[in-house]
Design a protein around this ligand. Structure first.
Ligand code: ZN
Length: 573
């Protein structure tokens, strides 16, 4: 799958235009439930309103019908479906008047992906004082290689309980207390302290509460392995999700010189209880100790070994990047970035509760809809008589489902220096239920983007709402997170749940039902029940936000003390 094939696809599409997919009959006028008319002209000119009105749902529909069609085979990174989707999106950016935005002047920012498939033994033994406890793979524990090598091994290492495994100077919290834990296996709790609003912002999960942080911190301590104790409340999802997400092939960017543990693992709460018993302790006592600021790591006197043989393979995908150069001679060097991931889960097992013959994970809502919304926003900017002062960039990032990999690569290698990225607005999974009175913003409460968002919401006769599930840490689970990690003020724009014309709670119930039945299932497909009015509203919201940011005298900033402010303020970035 060479560049030449990519260009051939580009030309093919430019010549013959997009084909009609399932549910081809689309008439936005018939679909749209009237969203409240904006209150007066508000902060926008007639031209801006006219440009916003080009966002009519048609391009969103056509994008979903195209790249979520079976022909794209669920768009797994490195496959023909992936390449076709990238070509199609780049060709659409050409059509709407954008220019190639990658640093080398092309449309693509390619990145390598390393596939890691570990073979895990059926059992894992823990020993102490001549006694052993045996954990069963999948039922009691999940383990994976933490290294990109054919063998990952723990050799007769001691297990140490480290509480939450967090070091957070801003909260005067340090679970490690300077203890030397090199070569140890660290057993830890998930999430971050959530019982006091003044401590780790209470219920809201911070990055410290994410499993990725736990493994990263354990590696920085020189540990040989890290085991997270799973409970549904502290993870925000049941053990089945751990089983399905962490077994099977995992993908990463090629390893750099960052520290790594040999093995990353999870155990059930029940298994952790047996481990504590083997150590002559009880889990409840360990949990209670972990809640104290004075907590010190507890050597359990238990040791263990584990060897994982691992198949390593390399594949390649790319971010598709386009840009519309700003009109101001100085501010045009600063850029507002819209992002949406173009990949999905490919071809796999049919849903046991669904169509036994359907193996294609079309990813229509997740995230062909977001790609269509971002394309519509791009077209609206190109429809303005003149571009805004700052430049507008579109990044269709890849391999999101594999762990936010494309946006991680973008954040590490931005086409323009991160200090000149004014803001990121990420769109992942559009609202297919209809127009709403509210809009959900992942990252609300973290930066000056809130004021811009509230201004636009008022103009739309809506209200902004923070993450409806703050304990789940959704801000860290989609691509805006990697922009934030690079210091760029970022928001995840999600549909509202207060659907117009429906009784209270209906929207939320529909969302829960979708998550239950269609999220990450082959049945996430375009169908005639989709109502595009919500996506039209939200894409216009995103457009208007970007327009205000692109024309503002100053760039947005993080709130003082926010976890990402320090990165932004680092000199010389
Ligand atoms: Zn997604």
């Amino acid at each position: 799958m060479t560049l030449r094939f990519f260009i051939f696809l580009l030309l093919l599409h430019a010549t013959y235009g997009c084909s009609k997919g399932p549910g081809g009959r689309f008439d936005p006028a018939a679909q749209a439930v009237a969203a409240p008319a904006p209150a007066g002209a508000g902060p926008f000119t007639g031209d801006a309103t006219a440009a916003a009105n080009t966002i009519d749902g048609r391009l969103i529909h056509d994008t979903v019908a195209e790249i979520a069609g079976d022909a794209y085979q669920g768009r797994t990174p490195g496959t023909e479906g992936d390449l076709r989707a990238r070509a199609w999106l780049a060709a659409e950016l050409v059509k709407v008047g954008f220019a190639p935005g990658a640093a080398d002047g092309t449309w693509e920012q390619p990145f390598d992906l390393i596939g890691i498939q570990s073979t895990v033994p059926d059992t894992w033994k823990m020993s102490a004082g001549g006694k052993t406890v045996e954990f069963r793979n999948n039922a009691d524990f999940i383990a994976a290689s933490g290294v990109q090598a054919e063998l990952a091994a723990i050799r007769n290492a001691d297990i140490v309980f480290v509480g939450f495994g967090i070091v957070a100077p801003e909260f005067q919290w340090d679970d490690y207390k300077g203890m030397d834990l090199r070569g140890k296996v660290l057993l830890m709790l998930n999430n971050d302290p959530d019982w006091d609003p003044a401590l780790f912002e209470g219920e809201r999960r911070l990055y410290y509460g994410r499993w990725t942080y736990k493994y990263e911190e354990a590696a920085r301590r020189g540990a040989v392995a890290a085991i997270i104790i799973h409970t549904t409340p502290s993870a925000g999802y049941p053990w089945q999700v751990v089983q399905s997400s962490f077994s099977g092939e995992q993908f990463e960017l090629p390893a750099g010189d960052e520290p790594r543990v040999q093995v990353t693992a999870w155990v059930t709460e029940e298994a952790a209880g047996r481990l504590a018993q083997l150590a002559g302790r009880n889990l409840a006592g360990l949990l209670a100790a972990a809640r104290e600021r004075e907590f010190k790591p507890v050597a359990l006197g238990v040791h263990t070994s584990l060897a994982l043989n691992t198949a390593i393979r390399s594949t390649r995908s790319a971010n598709v990047v386009g840009v519309l150069r700003g009109s101001d001679p100085v501010l045009a060097d600063e850029v507002v970035v819209y992002s949406a991931h173009h990949d999905h889960l490919g071809v796999g097992e049919p849903n046991p509760d669904g169509d036994p013959d359907d193996r294609i994970y079309n990813g229509a809502v997740d995230n062909a809809s977001g790609c269509g919304m971002v394309l519509s926003v791009a077209r609206a900017f190109a429809a303005l008589p003149a571009p805004p002062k700052r430049s507008i960039m579109v990044a269709f990032v890849g391999a999101e489902e594999q762990g936010l990999i494309g946006s991680e690569f973008f954040g590490r290698h931005p086409p323009v220096p991160a200090a000149r990225l004014a803001a990121n607005l990420n769109l992942d999974s559009g609202n297919i239920l209809g127009a709403t009175r509210d809009i959900t913003l992942l990252g609300k409460g973290k930066s000056s983007l809130d004021a811009v968002a509230d201004q636009v919401a008022r103009f739309q006769g809506r209200e902004t709402r923070p993450d409806q599930f703050p304990d789940k840490g959704y801000f860290y689970r989609s691509d805006q997170f990697n922009f934030a990690k690079a210091g760029v003020p970022a928001l995840g724009i999600e549909g509202g749940t207060d659907v117009i014309g429906r009784e209270p709670g209906w929207g939320r119930a529909q969302l829960d039902a979708f998550t239950e039945r269609h999220y990450h299932q082959p049945s996430d497909e375009l169908n005639d029940d989709w109502n595009f009015a919500g996506m039209i509203q939200d894409a216009r919201f995103a457009f208007w936000m970007g327009l205000l940011i692109a024309n503002a005298p100053d760039m947005p900033v993080w709130n003082p003390g926010d976890e990402f402010e320090a990165v932004r303020l680092k000199p010389g970035e």
